[in-house]
Design a protein. Structure first.
Lengths: 398, 303, 297
């Protein structure tokens, strides 16, 4: 009986402390909520984003925290919700976040969730006839083209694949004027890879490469012999694969088996991660991928280490989440956000205004421009797989 | 508050999905094609409101009819197979429909944008609700009106002779056939009604998620569709509702505080539920004991 | 169609058929459980992949275990998982409730999937393959060494399994229980023992199938569970529920057809044709290739 009452007292004390939310603490805490996929095959993205957000929060807190509108300093804390890459759940999650005191959310991971999520936001600010949700959402990973244009409350910090592949193919044409033919490969049933392949194809042709054909497969295909055989018959000099690590590795292995050895291999931005190297480092040797993150500056290296300490790994997607935290700090301070329960709607409007007004933000690889469409123009470089790790191939000067 | 309203919306639409499978399950058929009828309803309703600018109610009506006709068309060949074969046949049909939408592109120019379904990229910007100023509460009321209507129809059906006939076919086809019931007609009717309900649900689904794509209507959704009536029990429609609340409300949203453990518990709790109550939450035994609890108290207070 | 196309078509089909031995093994597992228990185990493919992951986990301590040892570890894990699946998903649910078992196996499928995702963060893992560098050439034709090994291993398993079923006491007991459960009990056969052993043996088969899939692809990913489940069900049904030879032949056919449709029509329509074919097949020949002579459903 004694044990039960002691346990009950401890539990009660815990609950009371939790409920009072640190009223006895000197400083305030502002919670930033992130959300994304922490289930299924895309779990690693959610884990990395969460780790990146926490690492950034720690850095910000070490430097003193954020200064709120009334002059007090507050520490940032991070919460991450799992939307399981499901549109309905994503909408549920954002409504959940919007029903708290939060004034911004970072996410989602999956482009299909972003489509639905941005779709329920108010399209134009101030449109009284539009009953959409009025809550700013800042996407770190969802990479399908043109998503932020859906709503004026939607912002993204993802690299422009159009820009990256445009510049990549132009550079390749200059570096290798002897290479003329290209063969493509695409994961047809995944929105991101499918859309990016359209970009790759267009940019390759605009830069004077001749597209000999395209191999198509599905996200969970296992047998690529037919597609690779067609590739072999075409005998291309360059092969561009727009697919995620699992099928990219499958295709590369099949190419190895059938003796298809193009002079250049190009991959999808998302595949410039550990997954590809873990799956098929040998076959992926030499694959060139444009990316918006590589640990090339001291800042980037330090950030990557901090993220590892939080249990994730830094790649172009989680780097975006890391950068967003600092952007939010700047906007909180410049817009004098109060972060009090009675200023919630005002804070959200200020946050949106602040984000929309940004012309430039600070990124880990340099300055990041912001467009009128609320997208980001991120600096990028080309990496290639060498000896089981990603090395920098070329850093475009512009 | 908005969050609870949104959750209630999801529960409503999933109840429609579950009821469409429930209808078919009453006649003893396990159909994994309900997600396909849901998809047909979603695409048809979305095309009508976005491209042809129809009113939502008219669009839903048409989507219900189209889904019902599709279900009717599936029903006839499906009758030749029973049991597990039907499960696989309906699964195959469901996947075929999903793959159709994977390939389906029908876009028109609207100003500087193209609108309409675009193959693998899906159908985006189905913004009927926000554009017409429907608040979360308005949408919720509309969804639950439809759910209530469907549940009332199914309840009435159950109390009538038609319901008894359906359950008879479900219990023992041979016996039902021997008593002169036209088993074919009953099964196809059940499939058709299921298709109509799924069509309504799908149409609403397209509008509250504003973006639909083929991936959403796959095997997982089809499995959820039959999970609701199986978990809920087949004795009446409220079982399905209870199962939807259990899965969407409790397992998905309620267990969120468990963080990563939530997903592990999802599968584990379903297994547990099936072990503890194999006939579903509200099976005939459960309903009987509920009645006893409620009415026994009334009697004792009267006496 | 010129000669080159013809060669490619034949090559595609050959590759597909070799890969189909994986489907055949899965089909055997599904069909056997259905035959004995008259219930379907939807978690079977996920359990097979899980067993392959388990083998990686078991041998993670040893740096370079030969592939054969990994396969045996997968079989071992498969057997253990099979027994667990029986006790959690089948034992306590009354025989008269096939729907409840369907749902409980769905729950198990979700559970196994999530366990895999949580331990590996969803990232694909490399899987050892035997003879992955070997390619046998006949002029223009090329047969993958590792797929041929997988095919031979699959055939060996099938032969062993058929021997088990038709020449041992356990096999007789299993067939007896599947045909006449009450009579078998009267003859003193323990249904519990037969059921557990059925699940263990099919679990081991599944583990080998999972390992073979991993070896043929070179990687394991949780993405594999869903398509293997769907294909396994298709193979089971085409082969005829409860028929082992049917499952074997159907597995090879489905593997070959898949490749053929891919070659002829490309990926976006490939699965559409398979599904429509399956639907038509079920409508016109609901019993499968080798329809069982007796028994209902």
């Amino acid at each position: 009986m004694r044990i039960v009452s002691i346990a009950a007292a401890a539990l009660l004390a815990g609950v009371m402390t939790g409920l009072s939310g640190g009223a006895f603490a000197q400083e305030r805490t502002v919670k930033i909520t992130g959300f994304g996929a922490k289930s299924g095959v895309v779990r690693v993205f959610g884990v990395n984003s969460e780790a990146a957000m926490k690492a950034a929060a720690e850095e910000i807190n070490k430097a003193g925290g954020v200064t709120l509108g009334d002059g007090t300093k507050a520490k940032l804390s991070v919460e991450f919700l799992d939307d399981r890459c499901n549109a309905e759940e994503g909408i549920s999650v954002i409504r959940r976040i919007a029903s708290t005191d939060a004034f911004v959310a970072i996410g989602p991971t999956c482009s299909n969730v972003a489509e639905s999520l941005f779709g329920i936001l108010q399209k134009k600010v101030g449109d009284a006839s539009d009953s959409g949700l009025q809550f700013p959402v800042f996407a770190d990973v969802a990479a399908k083209g043109g998503l932020a244009a859906i709503s004026e409350w939607a912002f993204r910090n993802v690299p422009s694949e159009l820009e990256m592949y445009k510049s990549l193919f132009a550079w390749l044409k200059r570096e290798h004027p002897d290479l003329k033919t290209i063969y493509g490969g695409v994961e047809k049933d995944f929105a991101h890879s499918n859309a990016t392949y359209g970009v790759m194809k267009k940019q390759a042709e605009e830069n004077g490469f001749q597209l000999l054909g395209t191999g198509e497969w599905l996200l969970n295909d296992t047998n690529f012999s037919t597609q690779v055989r067609e590739m072999r018959r075409a005998n291309p000099e360059i092969v561009a694969i727009s697919a995620h690590p699992f099928t990219t590795c499958g295709v590369l292995r099949e190419m190895d088996r059938q003796g298809v050895k193009p002079k250049l291999l190009i991959g999808l931005t998302s595949s410039s991660s550990i997954e590809t190297l873990q799956g098929c480092a040998k076959q992926a040797e030499g694959i060139i991928i444009p990316t918006s993150f590589a640990p090339v500056t001291p800042e980037a290296k330090a950030a990557a280490e901090n993220v590892s300490k939080q249990g994730g790994s830094m790649d172009l997607h989680s780097a975006a989440a890391y950068e967003i935290m600092f952007i939010l700090k700047d906007v909180i301070e410049s817009q004098k956000i109060m972060a009090k329960p009675d200023t919630v709607q005002a804070d959200r409007t200020k946050m949106r205004q602040g984000l929309a007004a940004l012309k430039e933000t600070k990124g880990l690889l340099g300055k990041v421009g912001r467009t009128n469409d609320r997208e980001a123009i991120k600096p990028y470089l080309y990496v290639y797989a060498k000896d089981g790790s990603w090395q920098v191939l070329h850093k475009p000067s512009s | 508050m908005d969050f609870y309203l949104g959750l209630a919306q999801v529960i409503g639409v999933h109840t429609l999905l579950g009821l469409s499978a429930y209808c078919v399950l009453l006649t003893g058929q396990v159909s994994l094609a309900q997600a396909a009828f849901f998809a047909v309803g979603a695409y048809v309703a979305a095309i009508l409101t976005v491209i042809f600018k129809w009113h939502l109610f008219a669009a839903l009506g048409v989507s219900a009819v189209v889904s019902g006709l599709t279900a009717c068309a599936v029903g006839f060949p499906a009758l030749r197979v029973k049991g597990l074969m039907l499960v696989v046949a309906t699964l195959a049909f469901g996947e075929a429909v999903r793959l159709f939408f994977f390939n389906f592109t029908y876009q028109i120019q609207a100003g500087e944008l193209k609108i309409g379904p675009h193959g693998a990229e899906g159908f985006r910007q189905i913004r009927y609700f926000p554009e017409h100023g429907w608040s979360t509460f308005d949408v919720l009321v509309f969804i639950w009106l439809m759910v209530a209507m469907v549940m009332a129809c199914l309840w009435w059906l159950d109390q009538s002779r038609a319901g008894a006939v359906m359950r008879a076919v479900g219990e023992d086809e041979v016996a039902a056939h021997s008593s002169g019931i036209n088993v074919t007609a009953v099964k196809v009717s059940a499939m058709t009604i299921g298709g109509v309900i799924a069509g309504i649900g799908g149409g609403i689904f397209a509008h509250y998620t504003t973006h639909i794509e083929h991936v959403q209507f796959g095997v997982i959704l089809a499995t959820f569709a039959i999970a609701y009536p199986i978990l809920g029990g087949l004795s009446n429609v409220f079982g399905t509702l209870l199962a939807v609340i259990f899965i969407q409300g409790f397992l998905i949203e309620g267990l969120r505080f468990l963080g990563d453990w939530r997903n592990l518990l999802f599968g584990a709790l379903i297994v547990l539920a099936m072990n503890l109550r194999p006939r579903g939450f509200l099976d005939s035994g459960g309903v009987a004991s509920l009645k006893r609890m409620l009415f026994a108290r009334k009697e004792s207070s009267g006496a | 169609m010129d000669l080159l196309d013809l060669i490619d078509a034949v090559q595609s089909v050959a590759d597909g058929v070799l890969f189909g031995s994986t489907y055949a093994l899965l089909g055997i597992g599904f069909t056997l459980i259905f035959g004995v228990m008259h219930k379907i185990n939807l978690s079977y493919a996920a359990a097979s992949i899980g067993a392959a992951y388990g083998s990686l986990l078991l041998l993670s301590g040893f740096t370079a275990a030969p592939a054969i040892v990994v396969f045996m570890a997968a079989a071992l894990c498969g057997g253990v998982i099979g027994a667990l699946v029986y006790f959690i998903g089948f034992k306590f649910i009354p025989v008269a409730n096939p729907l409840a078992t369907l749902m409980s196996t769905v729950g198990l499928l979700l559970l196994i999937d999530e366990i895999i995702v949580h331990t590996t963060e969803g990232v694909p893992l490399a899987y050892p393959a035997l003879y992955s560098d070997v390619v046998v050439r006949f002029g223009q034709f090329m047969l993958r060494g590792d797929l041929m090994f997988v095919f031979v291993l699959g055939c060996a398993c099938m032969v062993l399994f058929l021997l088990l079923l038709y020449r041992t006491r356990l096999g007789i007991a299993t067939r007896a229980v599947s045909q006449q459960p009450i009579a078998s009990q009267l003859c003193g056969i323990s249904i519990l023992q037969v059921n557990v052993l059925t699940f263990v043996v099919t679990g081991m088969l599944g583990g080998i199938a999972g390992a073979m899939s991993g070896a043929a692809i070179g990687m394991l990913s949780p993405l594999l569970a869903q398509p293997l489940t769907v294909k396994g069900l298709i193979v089971t049904v085409i082969g005829g529920l409860g028929s082992i030879p049917g499952a074997i032949i159907a597995g090879l056919i489905v593997g070959g057809l898949e490749s053929l449709f891919q070659f002829l029509r490309g990926v976006t329509e490939r699965d559409l044709y398979i599904m429509m074919l399956l639907f038509a097949f079920l409508v016109f020949r609901p019993g499968g290739i080798f329809a069982k002579a007796s028994g209902r459903d």
